[in-house]
Design a protein around this ligand. Structure first.
Ligand SMILES: *Cc1c(COP(=O)(O)O)cnc(C)c1O
Length: 461
């Protein structure tokens, strides 16, 4: 046994070391003690396995180790990232960036009290989300709306409230998996509804739904294939036809549209996104969508539809478990105001990124590339046209035009350079394509350009 084991200091001895006293000014006493214990345990284990160690680290060495591990712990929280991937709705980067007015409203309610459940005019209790509900109905249509934590929650709650222990008819071509953890069949079984699949992967006809209806059927469900397309010999039933069938047979029709376009994005090259307004106008009982996809707001799930169905959903016990907090309500409310104001493309960041003309991106890329080439680094930059995608479980096949600054290092591989950029402050997340580092201007805000130049040129010192 290593004789040094007997000389390992105790935690209380360490607590008197000046470096540890300083540490206790920055972190709570209990946290410091538990880190010191871990450091001492590590030391003990090393000494047990490695008899060649002839000297113990000093008390201040141990204190520094503890400080290092605590600093790492604080650093591992959320950090801002410059999104140079070109993927506009990057789930790993928190999907849609929020509008400034939304951020302001969130800040206003976050560190104080807010009129969440009190109606300021009458002083009485009002429903938690009433103001937001009214805006949603104004913008999307339908009779009533409610908001939950995310679209997955909205789907779970809707099926639980409207179809528990009953059958839900859905096309085999629409059993989506989104982001690995949202799989329609799993959500269905978690809700207590019974899935009744009809049709085939590529073709489902109205008659398939029709002949599947039985006395246990509660609803007809349509799910948007957000992140894939079935192409070629295909057939799916439009929502208008499902609604007609639902009305004939007295069944509820639920349309899970996912990304929630509020206007036609065809001019931006994005086609085929179902619109909640159209689905509601066609007569869907319930439409479900995400707040942080094409709407460009905070993460939430939006449920809109008939008074009768939304009331059932809003009074279900699961509603309490899935409800949103005051910050989400504030962020969503402010985002909806931008649509009500009529110029969302100017202020909803997702839309302004999508709207930026390609010539503007090209110009910014030229400026960026020139600045990098003129700096004293071993990185050379060039400008290339490219295409990107919306991403984040939305529209996989439709290309959005973009422009990239492509970086080449004299001494680092593409992976090494990308890893350096990821570790800068703020981090830059580039796209690696054909073994080269691409900075895609489509997702970089113009206000970040100078920072990108600085971080890239510094990455090679
Ligand atoms: C994205 C999506 C979901 C899940 O939404 P989250 O906001 O990620 O919970 C569910 N259904 C469809 C059709 C989607 O596109």
């Amino acid at each position: 046994m290593n004789p040094l084991l007997r000389s390992i200091p105790s935690v209380s001895q360490l607590l008197e070391t000046p470096e540890v006293v300083e540490l206790c000014a920055d972190y709570s006493h209990d946290v410091v003690v538990s880190r010191l214990r871990e450091c001492l345990d590590d030391l003990r284990n090393t000494l047990k396995t490695d008899s060649s160690i002839g000297e113990l680290p000093s008390h201040s060495d141990i204190a520094n180790l503890a400080r290092k591990s605590l600093t790492q712990l604080s650093r591992s929280s959320l950090r801002p990232v410059i999104n140079a991937t070109g993927v506009l709705l990057h789930t790993g980067l928190g999907r849609a960036p929020m509008a400034e007015s939304a951020v302001r409203q969130i800040q206003e309610v976050a560190n104080g009290y807010a009129s969440v459940e009190i109606d300021l005019e009458s002083g009485k209790r009002s429903q938690r989300v009433e103001a937001v509900e009214q805006k949603l109905v104004e913008l999307f249509g339908g009779e009533r709306a409610t908001v939950v934590n995310n679209n997955a929650g909205a789907t779970l709650l809707t099926l639980a409230a409207l179809a528990s222990s009953k059958e839900v008819i859905v096309s085999r071509g629409e059993l989506v998996e989104i982001g690995g953890s949202f799989r329609m069949p799993d959500v269905m079984s978690a809700s207590g509804a019974i899935m009744h699949e009809v049709g085939t992967t590529n073709k489902t006809h109205l008659r398939d739904y029709d002949s599947a209806i039985n006395e246990d059927t509660a609803c007809l469900l349509k799910v948007h294939c957000s992140n894939y397309r079935v192409e070629g010999f295909t057939k799916s039933v439009p929502i208008t036809e499902l609604v007609t069938l639902g009305k004939q047979r007295g069944l509820i029709v639920v349309d899970d549209i996912g990304s929630g376009a509020l206007f036609d994005y065809a001019s931006l090259g994005i086609t085929g996104e179902p619109m909640a307004t159209e689905s509601l106008a066609a007569g869907s009982d319930i439409v479900l969508l995400s707040g942080d996809k094409l709407l460009g707001g905070p993460q939430c799930g939006i449920i809109i539809g008939s008074e009768a169905s939304v009331s059932k959903i809003a009074s279900h016990p699961l509603m309490r478990a899935l409800r949103v907090d005051k910050m989400t309500l504030a962020g969503l409310s402010a985002t909806l105001d931008l649509y009500l104001g009529g110029k969302p493309e100017q202020e909803v960041p997702l839309l302004s990124l999508l709207h930026t003309p390609i010539e503007v991106l090209e110009h910014r890329a030229e400026v960026m590339s020139k600045a990098i080439n003129e700096s004293e680094t071993k990185i050379s930059a060039s400008v290339e046209s490219d295409v990107t995608y919306l991403g984040g479980g939305s529209v996989p096949t439709q290309e959005i035009s973009t422009c990239c600054v492509v970086l080449k290092s004299a001494s680092l591989t593409a992976d090494q350079l990308a890893s350096k950029l990821r570790r800068s402050e703020p981090a830059i997340l580039p796209r690696i394509k054909n073994d080269r580092v691409h900075l895609d201007l489509r997702t970089i805000f113009a206000r970040e350009d100078n920072m990108v130049i600085q971080l890239v040129t510094e990455s090679h010192c």
